[in-house]
Design a protein around this ligand. Sequence first.
Ligand SMILES: Nc1ncnc2c1ncn2[C@@H]1O[C@H](COP(=O)(O)OP(=O)(O)O)[C@@H](O)[C@H]1O
Ligand SMILES: [Mg+2]
Length: 370
Amino acid sequence: MAESRRVLGIVFGGASVEHTISIRSARAVIAAADPERWRVIPFAVSRSGLWLTPEESNLALTGIEMGGPEEIADPPSRRSARILPATSAALMQCGAVFPLIHGASGEDGVLQGFLETLDIAYVGSGVAASALAMDKARCKQILRGIGIPVAPGIVVSCNEWLSDPTAVVRRAAEVGYPYFVKPSRGGSSIGAGRVDSREEAAEALAAAFACDSEVLIEEAMPSPREIECGVLGSLNGQPPLVSPLGEIRTQRAFYDYVAKYEDPGTELIAPTQLDPEVAEQLQQAAILAWDAVGAEGMVRADFLVGTDGSFWLGELNTIPGFTSASMYPLLFEANGFPLTDLIDRLVDLGIERRADQAASRRGLERETQP
Ligand SMILES: Nc1ncnc2c1ncn2[C@@H]1O[C@H](COP(=O)(O)OP(=O)(O)O)[C@@H](O)[C@H]1O
Ligand SMILES: [Mg+2]
């Protein structure tokens, strides 16, 4: 009998600090993908950017399942070839690919551009929306422009910092203490820190500039609630769906790296209780932001909400975590989308986009025929 299932490639691992989370996300998606619809092929990527073959990827996953370290090691026989011909041939067989690499090279448009070049359908936002959402400085400029509240602050370049650090510390002081410093294209709170006085400024700025050549210096919201909202695309050009709101509660000074990945005291509440009027404003802002950056497939919008109900949109994540304890799938599960159905919807959206692109290319060809 002919195989009626489509091949779904799952790309995971990668260079970012969220390497381990990516592996967990991939394992959750592989376990939940409907076996009647999808034949899943894993594509593991090591921290140095080497793509393992599907066979090597399966071996790596088996090792992890058997209790080995959650880490994609470089294949021992290979030093430089990033992707072998056999791996790209397997990739070309995929009916769709689900990119699950968070952060740099996976969530910032680079992987999306690679898949576009190969003309493979893929889940999630395209090149431009991915790049824009990753770049907090530019993304906030756009959000501010359409009236979505974002933290007031300034953006400083590495050149300015290197040529006159005292002037940068002085400009930062004008934002007002305490302020937050963070890399524009960062994640996982790496290089992000709160500055309470002038004495702390230089160290925090140096840490942020170690991660990116542009740094945001923002007014700090006092005692914010960390509220997250999912947006999911709809087929046939219908408006996207917005999830109920979720909340992260941490006992630490802010939602830093330790709170995210190490502190067992961090609580995730999905869905959470919020004043209904504020909740609706957040959901509307998430949809407006989705439209403004041209997001597709899925987005998790993260907000900071003040004690008076005012809020700032902090960031848009175009490849949110998909582990069994991740906010985005939990919020949609609460909204009637078990992970298996969520995966179906996301992959179908990627396939629909590629078909639409092909149809518009054909239309253009017809128009330009003599
Ligand atoms: N302006 C701010 N006011 C208060 N807390 C902030 C501010 N900016 C960032 N934070 C804290 O730092 C965390 C990480 O910042 P965020 O901008 O989300 O970067 P990342 O992409 O690293 O998650 C937030 O979840 C929040 O706890
Ligand atoms: Mg964040």
